[in-house]
Design a protein around this ligand. Structure first.
Ligand SMILES: [Zn+2]
Length: 391
């Protein structure tokens, strides 16, 4: 009787483990990356579609690499994959690595010490064992995932230098299916306290980095942290190294104090890869007019998100309204798109619905030339200045 019970228990455990290693990650993926409406999205006007077809869209932020999806395959869950990005007209996509995600992430203050969800996601996807405990290994693995995808698709490029960006633009003139990708990282807790790891990540292909993510770390304060402080001594050392290596600095998750400190200590253009603005949405995560002006003064760009909690709305119109605010305040040349697709967010549509954003920008009164800047031209201009000239 006892033996039968034990066999039963072992069987159940086996089934639970099998479930964990096969369906748990896809279930989390489908549950966390939702859209208000399912494709196809055919409600954009003919005029919007015509303009949209001429665009080279550059999106500053996407978290696809965290999820159990082969970037090259098409899925019906989540927001993006390379086929859907191509269909949506995206010609340059920044893919970001997330390396630590404390439970209960919220806009009221995320505790750095709260239970990290990434080990569960890493194990469920059978990532290499090192990634179960090491944030650096998680960053390195996500870079490898993208590099492997670019190696399997000759029309998919990983941009490392200004020359790569030029090559992308030249190749796209002949074939609009050619797409560029760029590696970014959210929060340099991935350095695990060692400045020299900047060089490791640069060698892996990372070209854009934010000092902090959802929580305060050893480099500085997060806009959703507890203390929300400025830069630390370690953060200042890292910042010097980032500048020396021509890494593009991203202020997306920085606290107000950290934004001020980073701007005071650097010279070149910075990006704010995915965010909203306080003027249209009061989230503590969003940029004040003062900081929008400060970023613009430095020749930087602000990637406005597509997701509900930073634009306070679940339509493309809410994103276009935030873009309009930045354009009116500092000029269209400082506005960009930072969708945060696949960033554990709710968005109006997946990447194939992007013509609806072009439509919303037309409705906001933007001219086609301005839409071209917002949807990609401004990102190209800034990367041309911030990317290393050569390896
Ligand atoms: Zn983020």
């Amino acid at each position: 009787m006892l033996r039968l019970f034990l066999y039963g228990l072992a069987g159940l455990l086996g089934l639970a483990l099998l479930g964990y290693f096969t369906v748990a990650a896809p279930i989390a993926d489908a549950r966390y990356n939702t859209a208000q409406a399912e494709p196809p999205y055919d409600e954009a006007s003919a005029r919007a579609e015509t303009i949209h077809d001429t665009l080279l869209i550059a999106d500053l932020h996407n978290d696809l690499l965290l999820w159990p999806r082969d970037p090259l395959q098409r899925y019906d869950r989540g927001h993006t994959d390379i086929p859907r990005l191509r269909e949506g007209g995206v010609g340059l996509q920044v893919f970001a690595a997330v390396t630590q995600s404390p439970m209960g992430r919220s806009y009221q203050g995320t505790e750095a010490g709260a239970l990290d969800q990434i080990p569960f996601l890493a194990a469920a996807q059978r990532w290499p064992v090192a990634t179960w405990t090491s944030r650096r290994a998680r960053a390195r693995y996500q870079a490898r995932k993208l590099r492997r995808a670019t190696a399997r698709d000759d029309k998919l490029m990983l941009l490392r230098t200004q020359a790569d960006l030029d090559l992308l633009l030249a190749r796209r003139d002949d074939n609009p299916a050619v797409m560029g990708t760029l590696l970014a990282i959210e929060g340099l807790h991935a350095l695990e306290g060692n400045v020299a790891n900047v060089d490791t990540l640069v060698a892996d292909g990372y070209r854009m980095m934010s000092l902090t993510h959802m929580f305060d770390n050893a480099l500085g304060g997060s806009s959703t942290g507890i203390e929300k402080g400025g830069i630390t001594d370690f953060g200042a050392q890292v910042l010097d190294r980032l500048e020396a290596r021509d890494v593009t600095i991203d202020l997306a998750h920085a606290s107000e104090a950290l934004i001020g400190d980073v701007l005071a200590r650097t010279d070149g253009p910075v990006v704010v890869s995915h965010i909203g603005v306080r003027a249209t949405c009061g989230s503590p995560r969003n940029l004040s007019d003062r900081h929008i002006r400060a970023v613009a003064k430095r020749g930087g760009i602000i990637g406005i998100g597509l997701w509900e909690s930073v634009v306070c709305g679940s339509t493309a119109a809410a994103t276009a309204e935030a873009m309009r605010h930045v354009a009116d305040l500092v000029g269209t040349e400082h506005v960009a798109l930072g969708s945060d697709y696949d960033g554990t967010v709710s968005v109006p549509f997946d990447a194939t619905g992007l013509p609806l954003l072009t439509e919303a920008l037309l409705n906001e009164g933007f001219a086609p030339g301005e839409i071209e800047q917002i949807m990609g031209g401004n990102v190209r201009r800034v990367l041309h200045r911030t990317l290393p000239a050569a390896e």
